[in-house]
Design a protein around this ligand. Structure first.
Ligand SMILES: O=C(O)[C@H]1O[C@H](OP(=O)(O)OP(=O)(O)OC[C@H]2O[C@@H](n3ccc(=O)[nH]c3=O)[C@H](O)[C@@H]2O)[C@H](O)[C@@H](O)[C@H]1O
Length: 423
């Protein structure tokens, strides 16, 4: 099943382009005595302006006639009381795994992804092909495109939204701060606007992050702990997302569940993450940089295996109550939840490297550096009792086992010829 490109099919929406053209035309023709010609030009310009400012989903559909058919078929539910889920970020790491799990149990799934170049887009395309072979259709579009979202909701009547599209990565926020605002704030609001206006309103489950705990020192981290000291702009945008979703819950009756993911890893993972780039470098005989904290303390993460996180996502969807509004009007209080989805057993970064060395049977060349002040936190550690009580969340994969599966996938995907394993 192909994906369609909203970017390709939408008309450009840059106001400046239209103004420049019409201005040039006007001057070229002003010397003409033909009033008729001027009027014709004026009408032409008006039409062009209308189309330019209407990058509508209608164009999308008329240009790609099978688009709607693919979408309907992908959204179709194949089990009693099943869901129809819009998964944003479906070509991403967590999004692709969740989409497959939902489809396998008979839910309808439609993906949305902008296939950006934050990391190797070939990996995203490969995930897309995998989903396509399971009859999951991914729309190539951005969560900031309100018209596209309205059209998707109009066609598919989603019962749930699994919102996983985001600008991820803690340290990259120093390089490209606006990307975080664009995706994690503006994109989130556009998606919530579309969700609250939909009739029926879907229940929304979305990805927050363990990074919201920031410089919190109380361990393990519980959902009720303070989250007002973010250490990175990434964390700040995720924290803002938690506040923003609360307002949509309060004003419009949207059922909202936020999931604080703890350093999720596994097959088909993100090449920007440490376990992934370390594997690549170790195999290529290149050095890796291992950061350490204050007083030379090792950094530690509550690394959480992808299959456990997928179970947490599905448990959240299964226990999400219905939104109480319709068409943007609230009819009563709605559910609002935030869960930690961690592993409850932090592992230090040097220990993680040791596990990789064992599975790869290669010794790493390590450069140990003091942690730069670029957004990292010294450790994370999840208390998961809330998710356990609500839907039996029970992570079962330790880092040894999970990294073994990751390495197996890595070698099968990239082989020992690592040419295509660029970030
Ligand atoms: O739980 C989250 O909410 C976040 O998890 C993830 O962030 P992190 O926990 O920072 O994972 P990751 O980058 O793999 O670094 C792991 C460790 O290796 C250390 N690290 C990193 C790079 C390096 O070159 N050297 C190094 O020592 C580094 O100092 C750290 O101690 C997601 O990327 C993020 O999108 C978000 O989802």
């Amino acid at each position: 099943m192909p994906s369609m490109s909203a970017g390709e099919l939408f008309l450009p929406s840059t106001p400046g382009k239209f103004k420049d053209k019409s201005h040039r035309h006007f001057h070229r023709c002003s010397s003409s005595t033909s009033t008729f010609f001027l009027w014709a030009l004026f009408l032409l310009a008006l039409t062009a302006a209308y189309l330019t400012f209407q990058p509508s989903a209608t164009n999308y559909f008329t240009t790609a006639p099978h688009w709607e058919t693919h979408l309907r078929s992908s959204a179709h539910i194949h089990r009693p009381n099943g869901f129809s889920v819009l998964v944003t970020g479906a070509a991403g790491f967590v999004g692709s795994h969740v989409s497959l799990a939902l489809k396998k149990r008979g839910d309808g799934v439609v993906g949305l992804d902008n296939f950006n170049h934050y990391y190797d887009p070939a990996l995203k395309s490969a995930r897309k092909h995998l989903l396509s072979s399971h009859h999951i259709f991914i729309v190539d579009g951005d969560i900031n495109n309100a018209k596209l979202l309205a059209k998707l909701f109009d066609i598919a009547k989603f019962t749930h939204v699994m919102h996983l599209a985001a600008q991820a990565g803690v340290r990259y926020a120093m390089e490209n701060p606006h990307s975080y605002i664009h995706s994690n704030i503006a994109g989130l609001v556009t998606l919530l606007e579309a969700s609250k206006s939909a009739n029926p309103q879907p229940s929304v489950v979305w990805a927050s992050s363990s990074s919201v705990y920031g410089l919190n020192e109380k361990a393990p981290f519980s959902e009720s702990d303070r989250t007002d000291k973010p250490a990175s702009l990434y964390a700040a945008t995720k924290k803002a997302g938690e506040e923003i979703t609360h307002t949509y819950n309060h004003i419009y009756g949207l059922s909202i569940t936020g999931l604080r993911f703890f350093t999720v890893y596994g097959p088909w993972g993100r090449p920007d993450m440490a376990y992934f780039s370390f594997t690549r470098n170790i195999l290529q005989g290149k050095p890796i940089t291992v950061y350490r904290g204050k007083n030379h303390a090792d950094l530690a993460r509550d690394f959480t295996y992808i299959d456990d996180v997928v179970k947490g996502c599905i448990g959240s969807l299964d226990t999400a109550k219905k939104s109480t509004g319709s068409g943007g009007k609230k009819r009563g209080p709605a559910q609002f939840r935030i869960f930690n989805l961690g592993n409850t057993s932090p592992v230090t970064v040097p220990m993680m490297v040791g596990i990789l060395e064992k599975h790869l049977k290669i010794k790493a060349k390590k450069n140990v550096l003091d942690m730069p002040g670029n957004g990292d936190v010294p450790f994370t550690h999840a208390n998961i009792s809330y998710a356990h009580n609500e839907f039996g969340y029970n992570p079962t994969t330790d880092l040894q086992t999970g990294l073994k599966k990751f390495v197996k996938w890595y070698l099968s995907y990239y082989g020992y010829n690592h040419a295509k394993s660029g970030n």
